[in-house]
Design a protein around this ligand. Structure first.
Ligand code: ZN
Length: 281
């Protein structure tokens, strides 16, 4: 008996000596907990008294859903911070106030960043820029618009990736395929901007172009008016190719296009892509 105890003691001492580092031990404990959770819940899904299935909020089921829920909450948060100021102009208000293509606006919080897609007067409007430009405002745009503006201007080309005061900016192409208002050779812009981990794509003045298949975004602002840019029918194809979590129609209600275009766009995408038609502010 005494020998057996001594052997047990030696084994115990040896185990203590070769014990894994705390992090490894922690992970092991976590895994065990997961396993127990899985056994207790018998998987991640259960039926309630009314026979509806739903996730069981226990260790095993909770793990994958928490980051997704957080992501979803952040998407809703960013969506709430978006104001449509008419035509192609949006304000994303928050720690950083971000504007796209300010045009016919009254006023607004001072901009941290203003994105201007191209030099046409309904996108690059120096008078409107002045209403929201402060001493620290950075304007991100292409070479032609830059000539019409003053202040801190960063000139970019399609394909460029830059970070402006913690905001990741990707410049992407925007051009016409069956009309000549926005030639590809002008290198005018769309933008993909990441705000609080949520990606927003502002398409600029464009038709449905092959590059859209490579756009990876949560929210997409898509033109629907026709004439100078794609119409609602092309917009639908573009939205399906981009496949964002939320599509927001733009480029109507001023110059060309009406809310009917936005509604046709939303109607056709029902059940496929969530569309939010914003009220003009
Ligand atoms: Zn234009």
């Amino acid at each position: 008996m005494r020998i057996l105890l001594t052997v047990l003691f030696i084994i115990l001492a040896l185990q203590l000596a070769i014990m894994p580092s705390p992090s490894v031990a922690g992970r092991t404990a976590e895994k065990t907990l997961e396993l127990v959770g899985g056994l207790v819940t018998g998987g991640g899904v259960a039926k309630d008294s009314e026979n509806r299935t739903g996730p069981v909020l226990m260790a095993s089921a909770e793990k994958p859903t928490v980051p997704m829920a957080k992501e979803g909450a952040m998407l809703e948060e960013v969506l709430k911070s978006i104001s449509w100021l008419g035509h192609d102009c949006f304000l994303i208000a928050g720690k950083k106030n971000i504007y796209f293509d300010p045009y016919q606006i009254t006023s607004g919080p001072t901009a941290d960043i203003i994105f201007i897609s191209h030099e046409h007067f309904d996108h690059c409007s120096p008078d409107d820029v002045k209403k929201i430009q402060g001493p620290n405002t950075i304007i991100v745009t292409e070479k032609d618009s830059a000539k019409k503006l003053t202040g801190n201007i960063k000139i970019v080309q399609p394909g460029d990736k830059i970070t402006i005061s913690d905001v990741l900016v990707e410049a992407v192409p925007a051009y016409n395929t069956d009309k000549n208002f926005h030639p590809k050779s002008n290198k005018w812009l769309g933008f993909i901007v990441t705000v609080n981990g949520v990606r927003l794509y502002h398409a600029g003045d464009t038709d449905f172009i092959p590059e859209m298949k490579d756009v990876n975004t949560d929210i997409a602002f898509i033109p629907v008016s026709g004439t100078y840019v794609m119409d609602a029918q092309e917009g639908i194809k573009a939205a399906l190719a981009i496949n964002p979590k939320v599509a927001i129609p733009m480029h109507y209600g001023a110059i060309v296009g009406s809310e009917a275009d936005a509604k046709a766009f939303a109607e056709a995408l029902k059940g496929k892509i969530r569309v939010e038609i914003l009220k003009k502010k």
